[in-house]
Design a protein around this ligand. Structure first.
Ligand code: SF4
Length: 346
């Protein structure tokens, strides 16, 4: 999805990721499509269990292949990833596509220095010598704002603060100048100040190199800061998508309204209570019939004939990639969102 005329660098079509568990077949992603152009950031937002992380594991080819059935198409610069061999995927990972996870400590080995870990990734993909790899590691640590990088390159992960470890992981992800970066909740474990620094760092690095970024988060505040386009996931499906401004300013789906209503804002009135979305995310083994959001939706009864409980609303895409999957009419959405968005003080 993009609002520009650029060709998509990443194109996902009707992606389905299903895996078996003792409890039954989990349909973690159930028919997801989007495009992402070079130099743009797609924010994927949703509660845990909405399918956002599973989507990205499938793009990277890191899902459990023995237990997982993946269908649809994932095209990276025209190459189909779902039929790629493990060897081809390994060459692409770190080189053309890279990832940053939430927990840098779990992703970095405690037994090797930061410099060795960044340098080894570089050597593996470029065949550089040890001294070239070390020089590249120092350069990358400088690029991500680590002070005294020529000294800190020999530190172990436990000698870095949480924010510095996250920067080191970004350095490792970007050491081969990937064209696609997948960042899965990369700032969730960090305090607000460091979170803002990491987001700024990613934006700067993207401007320098034109990397396409998929940024996964449950936090619409981070989305507001980092994304060009937004895709809202619920129960393994996209329920709304559009540019950041479209989704945040004129959201069309009651679930997005709920996410916005449960988010604190710095400039909002302090006496307006936050409204969490009632109920729990749906089971992905036995999802609700009709609209998967209907058991939690305050507007389901506004749709005639109880269709929300029986008919799955299609994601209707208009020009520019804007769309929402909801049975409410456009006029109803305007009316209900206007009511919903009007703050009600205590
Ligand atoms: Fe709510 Fe019905 Fe729209 Fe689903 S289709 S979001 S239940 S109004």
């Amino acid at each position: 999805m993009t609002s520009t005329d650029q060709q998509p660098f990443l194109s996902v079509r009707d992606l389905k990721v299903h895996f078996s568990t003792e409890g039954g077949l989990v349909k973690a992603v159930d028919g997801l499509s989007f495009d992402l152009a070079e130099g743009r950031t797609l924010g994927i937002v949703g509660e845990s269990g909405s399918g956002k992380s599973v989507t990205n594991l499938a793009i990277l080819g890191l899902h459990d292949r023995a237990r997982t059935a993946v269908g649809g198409e994932i095209l990276l610069d025209g190459k189909e990833l779902l039929t790629a061999t493990e060897r081809e995927l390994e060459r692409l990972r770190g080189n053309t596509m890279a990832m940053i996870f939430q927990d840098a400590l779990a992703s970095l080995s405690p037994f090797h220095t930061i410099g060795k870990q960044i340098g080894e990734t570089y050597r593996k993909h470029t065949g550089a010598s040890r001294s070239e790899a070390r020089a590249r590691a120092v350069e990358m640590l400088r690029r991500v704002g680590i002070p005294q990088p020529d000294l800190r390159v020999d530190d172990y992960p436990h000698q870095f603060s949480g924010g510095m470890r996250q920067r080191a992981m970004i350095a490792m992800a970007l050491v081969c100048d990937p064209e696609l970066l997948i960042a899965d909740e990369p700032t969730t474990a960090l305090d607000v100040t460091v979170q803002a620094q990491i987001v700024d760092l990613l934006k700067d690095l993207q401007q320098e190199s034109g990397t396409a970024i998929v940024f996964i988060t449950h936090d619409l505040g981070v989305i507001a800061d980092v994304a060009d386009d937004v895709l809202v996931m619920y129960g393994g499906r996209c329920v709304e998508r559009g540019t950041k401004s479209e989704v945040l300013r004129t959201p069309q789906h009651p679930y997005t309204w709920g996410l916005l209503g449960s988010m604190p804002t710095l400039d909002g009135p302090v006496d307006v209570p936050l409204t969490p979305i009632p109920g729990l995310p749906p089971s992905l083994i036995d999802p609700p019939s009709g609209c998967r959001f209907h058991p939690r939706c305050a507007f389901a009864e506004k749709v005639p004939g109880r269709r929300c409980a029986t008919d799955s609303p299609p994601l209707e895409i208009t020009g520019g990639g804007r769309g929402a999957a909801c049975h409410l009419t456009a006029a109803q959405r305007r009316e209900f969102f206007a009511d919903y968005a009007t703050p009600q003080p205590h």
